[in-house]
Write a protein that binds this ligand. Structure first.
Ligand code: SF4
Ligand code: SF4
Ligand code: FES
Length: 357
């Protein structure tokens, strides 16, 4: 039902006025409220306003603040998707309020006509829709998310520091990041572990690390491969799916991992060792040799210290995984191995191509 004529016919037949035809309608915003100075716990306030077609969520919140409830607090500045300050969750998804159309959001409401607005997750709450960005800034500091120039001191300010167009394309997309923290709010690991580096900081770190003018590559990389760093990412892709600038964040994460394996070797961190052991098992047997995976990942001492009690319980319940000699190869392993090698070759070639871009 695309044309205007079809829409009118549809309304005449059903007797309903389709929301797409309406210029104005009543919309309820169910907004998260919490003022730590007076509230013992968070709650939601409903604000129903007459919203015009074309209005954004941010403009609606501005209207509510100006005409209905001056105590409502949120952060916004440019109103044009540039500054990144209006990140919030609208109907359960982290996004920019200033680029979210109310009419589009009405299609995504769990309860018809009610748009739910909440603060971003995984960052401390300050008031209502405002979250504290300091933990993110602290991580940017920890992972040296800036360029330290390799230009000799006497040349600074006197010479241009040129890069090739080829190099620029490696981080062109990454420079679009406006630090809105939508990806941070959607990251599944961060919700479980606040220490995790975060997708936004991984993206920034990648952007700095592929810049030939930068002197901190090794320092940054050594920090990225530590606990809570790049190896903790589970590849769930939620950050990329929610990025308000459609930045391929996962490409950056993969590139950091490849860089770590190339520069520091596979024996560097438990994450790298786990990935190596995993790939080795899959190539050899087509399945995991679970009994030795923790030892190959974290070493004998760590395994004994951390997993012995669990191993004892498993022995008592006769639920231990079989020892390596008893793990039979999966059916059709020869065909599988050929496919595995072909796939590895493709990944290698893709990587080489992306390096050349
Ligand atoms: S892919 Fe990694 S960084 Fe992105 S949301 Fe998932 S765990 Fe977080
Ligand atoms: S990567 Fe995307 S979602 Fe994450 S902070 Fe940057 S612009 Fe926002
Ligand atoms: S107000 Fe600046 S991005 Fe929304």
């Amino acid at each position: 039902m695309n044309s205007r004529k079809e829409l009118i016919n549809h309304s005449l037949m059903t007797g309903k006025i389709d929301q797409y035809q309406e210029g104005k309608r009543d919309v309820t915003f169910r907004v998260f409220r919490f003022n730590p100075q007076v509230d013992s716990k968070p709650y939601f306030d409903d604000y129903t306003i007459s919203a015009e077609r074309g209005i954004t969520v941010l403009r609606s919140l501005n209207y509510i603040k100006e005409h209905v409830d001056a105590t409502l607090s949120f952060r916004a500045f440019c109103q044009a998707g540039i500054c990144g300050s209006c990140g919030m969750r609208v109907n359960g998804i982290s996004k920019l309020a200033c680029t979210s159309q109310v009419w589009d959001e009405l299609d995504k409401c769990r309860e018809p006509g009610i748009i739910k607005v909440e603060p971003l997750r995984s960052l401390p709450m300050i008031k209502d829709l405002i979250v504290d960005m300091d933990p993110l800034v602290d991580k940017m500091t920890r992972y040296s998310n800036w360029i330290e120039t390799t230009m000799p001191l006497p040349d600074i300010g006197k010479k241009e520091f040129l890069i090739s167009e080829e190099e620029f394309h490696k981080y062109d997309k990454a420079t679009d990041c406006i630090l809105c923290a939508s990806c941070v709010s959607e990251c599944s690991i961060l919700r479980a572990n606040k220490e995790y580096v975060s997708p936004a900081v991984l993206l920034k770190s990648y952007r700095m690390n592929v810049d030939s003018r930068d002197a901190l590559h090794d320092v940054r990389l050594s920090e990225l491969v530590k606990d809570h760093g790049v190896w903790d990412c589970t590849h769930c892709y939620r950050c990329q799916e929610s990025c308000v600038k459609s930045i391929p964040i996962m490409e950056a994460i993969h590139a950091i991992r490849e860089d770590a394996l190339e520069c520091r070797g596979p024996k560097d961190t438990s994450g790298a060792k786990h990935a190596e052991a995993f790939m080795e098992d899959i190539e050899k047997k087509g399945k995991l040799v679970e009994a030795t995976l923790p030892i190959r990942t974290n070493g004998m001492v760590w395994t004994l210290r951390n997993l012995l009690p669990m191993a004892m319980k498993m022995i008592v319940k006769r639920r231990t995984p079989p020892p390596p000699p008893l793990v039979k190869s999966a059916k059709g392993i020869k065909i599988f191995r050929a496919m595995f090698r072909e796939m590895s070759e493709h990944v290698k070639q893709d990587h080489q191509k992306s390096q050349k871009k």
